[in-house]
Design a protein around this ligand. Structure first.
Ligand code: NAD
Ligand code: GLY
Length: 375
């Protein structure tokens, strides 16, 4: 199948996030952004605010605004600065400023048009403003389409920890228009592939096989391949979130590679490495820990490293502190949200079982960090 065989008016995939009264659809297809029908699930009549950034807004906000014109009384736009380093209280306040200046009421609907940074911040603003207003995710990066827009985790960063201030708050709908991925820089596409690859070891090794077969097509931006990757990723995430919305247990498996990855992001300063890049290096470290504990085979670690390399992702972590690198990683990981009573818990891969969450002796983790960080 080639891009030409996925027509603009081709089939739209609909995946339901089953959360009782808070259930909502994920729509995946082409040309969805400009189609008013994509938003028919969203409560109509209220005012709307499109929250985007200075990169994505000029590309897509007008298209979305036109699609929403008949659905909402008035549609306004807010463009925030672009970058992970702006996922802060100060930027969040710009959203509240815009809402209050317009005297936005409780029915005002926020549309998050952008990648995971915009989605996480807009969702958190929607959770907080007047104790909760409706919001819709319109993800424009691969990473946001396969992961961050789905499942209701919203947050901003704190200088001492990634995504540490936030809320669980579900959107009314997620609209994934595959066409917007055409303007995504190659490095960002690769970062999204890290989260796609994650779903293989934790939930579906047949999907991992498929990724090995289709990695060249995915990196080339082949729309049918991307459509399948987004669909399968969202199906897996929807299934996990429906079973454990608030991460009492199972949902932690979605954080494979993230414990190390968050340490990389916080340790280097947010924005130095992309989230997906940090997760890629983090998955390799978690895979090595799994192997050291006898849970995973060397062959699995090698396959994972090979696929991440083909996806254009780093497979070694950076040195975040030349004086005590492993110690610094451990210090950052102690504020991970999975930590309990000061004990760091890691998502590991166990042969035949997918992901398991375990505490691991610091000495073993130190040894793996020393081995897996480029000097
Ligand atoms: P991002 O939001 O910073 O977007 C990446 C870059 O691509 C930005 O410069 C953005 O402006 C640009 N961009 C976005 N769409 C574009 C398009 N269509 N064309 C051209 N440029 C485009 O980064 P991201 O990788 O999307 O998201 C990372 C964030 O997501 C992190 O903050 C991470 O913590 C968060 N995250 C959250 C969850 C969750 O469950 N809530 C899951 C995974 C990641
Ligand atoms: N990205 C991890 C989660 O949504 O739980």
């Amino acid at each position: 199948m080639t891009a030409e065989t996925l027509a603009e008016d081709g089939p739209v995939t609909r995946i339901e996030i089953a959360l009782g009264a808070r259930s909502y659809p994920i729509l995946i297809g082409r040309a969805l952004l400009a189609d008013p029908g994509s938003f028919s699930h969203v409560s109509a009549g209220s005012d709307a605010l499109i929250v985007s950034n200075t990169t994505v807004g000029p590309l897509y906000a007008e298209r979305l605004e036109r699609a929403l014109a008949g659905h909402h009384r008035h549609v306004a736009r807010l463009l925030l600065p672009d970058g992970e380093q702006y996922k802060t209280w100060a930027t969040l306040n710009l959203i509240f400023d815009a809402l209050l200046r317009r005297a936005a009421d409780r029915k005002t609907t926020l549309y998050a048009l952008g990648g995971g940074v915009i989605g996480d911040m807009t969702g958190f603003a929607a959770a907080c403003y007047m104790r909760g207003v409706p919001f819709v995710q319109v993800p424009t990066t691969l990473l946001a389409q396969v992961d961050s827009s789905v499942g209701g985790k919203t947050a901003i960063n704190h200088p001492l920890g990634k995504n540490m201030i936030g809320a669980f708050y579900q959107p009314q709908a997620v609209v994934c228009d595959l066409d917007v991925l055409k303007t995504l820089p190659a490095r960002e596409l690769s970062a999204g592939l890290a989260e796609v690859i994650k779903y293989g070891p934790i939930a579906d090794m047949a999907f991992f096989d498929w990724l090995e077969q289709h990695m060249n097509a995915l990196r080339a931006g082949d729309l049918p391949a991307l459509a399948h990757a987004v669909k399968r990723s969202c199906e897996i995430k929807a299934d996990v979130v429906a079973q454990d919305e608030r991460e009492a247990g199972l949902r932690a498996i979605l954080n494979f590679g993230h414990t190390f990855g968050h340490a990389i992001e916080a340790g280097l300063g947010f924005g130095a490495w992309l989230h997906g890049e940090a997760v890629a290096a983090g998955m390799v470290m978690a895979a090595h820990v799994s192997q050291e504990l006898g849970l995973a085979d060397r062959a699995f670690v090698q396959r994972l490293v090979a696929l991440l390399e083909r996806a254009g992702l780093p497979t070694h972590g950076p040195v975040i502190d030349p004086a005590d690198n492993a110690g610094s990683y451990l210090e950052h990981m102690r504020v991970d949200k999975k930590a309990q009573a000061g004990e760091i818990r890691y998502v590991l891969i166990e042969r035949g079982h997918g992901a398991v969450v375990r505490a691991v002796p610091d000495a073993l983790v130190r040894e793996v960090i020393d081995r897996c960080c480029a000097t």
